[in-house]
Design a protein around this ligand. Structure first.
Ligand SMILES: NC(=O)c1ccc[n+]([C@@H]2O[C@H](COP(=O)([O-])OP(=O)(O)OC[C@H]3O[C@@H](n4cnc5c(N)ncnc54)[C@H](O)[C@@H]3O)[C@@H](O)[C@H]2O)c1
Length: 255
């Protein structure tokens, strides 16, 4: 229960899904957690619930695709907690699932603005604070869709491939500052994003079974499966881990 004692961690896209699970696990492990999201209702409720349980969780409205909001919110976190030790660049959207030749420029840009530029802004404004703290951890949410192809969501695949290599470049750039930068690559995990993906596909129950079958372990993952990976990468247990791809996918990419 104390793997992250005295650490201050930001999680973006924290109101629901993987972000929410990470906030709870990190706070339970002793971190002070700043939850960033645009879903203020769910975000505020999450922070209030966790504080009632005695955990140190606070919510900030922050659209990761807007640099001024990211800069302001990270500054506010450091003012409140006095330091920053880690950021999880988790906020992401699935975007449209259409063949590439049917996608509009606006549909393409929408996904890149959140999934790619959001990671850039989070990293850009966290690095000076992590340097001041003498080092830290940056975790970027890529995906199995940043490792292998599938015949769907082309803008999402592009974005997650970009995040994979942004992670490696930043791992090399900031190693001398003792800032570790790693990516997490989940398989399909049961969150509002995947529920929406199945709904858009038409037959959610058949879709659920088909998705489960893609994972050799035979089922879709749980948000906690990824949250524990993030706890590890923020913790000092991972002090020699940088530029790595932590694949949490029930064997999806092992074939
Ligand atoms: N669930 C999966 O199967 C899966 C698999 C691989 C990778 N991922 C990645 O993990 C991350 C989290 O996924 P999830 O399934 O929890 O998604 P989700 O849609 O369930 O939750 C995403 C959260 O991000 C927030 N968000 C969206 N746009 C934002 C913005 N501009 N600024 C700030 N917050 C914003 C949403 O309000 C929401 O709270 C994403 O980057 C996703 O691509 C998810």
């Amino acid at each position: 229960m104390s793997r992250l004692q005295q650490k201050v961690v930001i999680v973006t896209g924290a109101a629901v899904g993987l972000g929410r699970a990470m906030v709870i696990r990190m706070a339970q492990e002793g971190a002070a957690v700043a939850a960033f999201d645009v879903n203020d209702g769910e975000g505020q409720a999450l922070a209030a619930e966790q504080r009632e349980r005695g955990l140190d969780v606070h919510y900030w409205h922050c659209d990761v695709s807007r640099e001024a909001e990211v800069a302001q919110a990270i500054g506010d976190v450091v003012t409140k907690f006095g330091r920053l030790d880690a950021i999880v660049n988790n906020a992401g959207v699935a975007g449209v699932s259409k063949p590439t030749h049917e996608i509009s420029e606006a549909e393409w840009d929408f996904v890149q603005a959140i999934n790619v530029k959001g990671v850039f802004f989070g990293t850009k404004h966290a690095v000076p604070q992590l340097r001041k703290a003498g080092g830290g951890s940056i975790i970027n949410l890529s995906s199995i869709y940043g490792l292998v192809g599938a015949p769907d969501v082309p803008p999402y695949h592009a974005s997650k491939g970009a995040v994979r290599l942004m992670t490696k470049t930043d791992a090399l750039l900031y190693a001398r500052d003792r800032i570790r930068v790693n990516s997490i690559h989940p398989g399909f995990i049961w969150t509002p994003m995947v529920a929406g993906y199945l709904r858009d596909g038409g037959a959610p129950e058949a879709g659920h079974a088909a998705l489960a079958a893609l994972h050799p372990l035979g089922h879709i993952g749980e948000a906690d499966d990824v949250a524990w990976g993030a706890v590890y990468l923020v913790s000092d247990e991972a002090k020699f881990v940088t530029g790595a791809e932590l694949v949490i996918d029930g064997g999806y990419t092992a074939r």
